[in-house]
Design a protein around this ligand. Sequence first.
Ligand code: HEC
Length: 115
Amino acid sequence: MIRPLIVPLISLLAASAVSAAHAAEPIIDAARAQDLARQHACFGCHAVDKKLVGPAYRDVAARYAGKSGALATLVAHVQNGTSGTWGAVPMPPNQISAADAQTVVQWILAGSKPN
Ligand code: HEC
């Protein structure tokens, strides 16, 4: 009796779960992220696709892909500095707001696309 109702209900729920997940994806502002990275001298130590003083942003994205909490962890590491994950050289603290650091880290985690 109930089954004919349940099946469409489940597909409806699944469909709305998918669109909700989609809506939760951060909007990446690549232009602003790169402006901020330039202003805060991130590119003095980082490049997108090769290691400089710090790891390539592509490698950062690969290491943290699918890890929950990566955004918050990396925002804190960018603000406070961090060491020991990529090699012997530490990253010093950066004078950047949490909101701006989040804009840059979201762009990094999404693959550092040009625009
Ligand atoms: C003086 C050089 C230097 C500057 C400036 C710098 N970084 Fe780093 N960054 C590093 C080094 C070195 C590491 C690797 C630290 C480690 O091994 O844990 C690193 C690591 C990182 C990581 C990965 C952290 C982790 O826990 O895996 C991110 C993300 C990052 N930097 C983003 C930024 C951003 C954004 C800026 C600008 C606001 C910035 N960096 C400025 C040198 C720098």
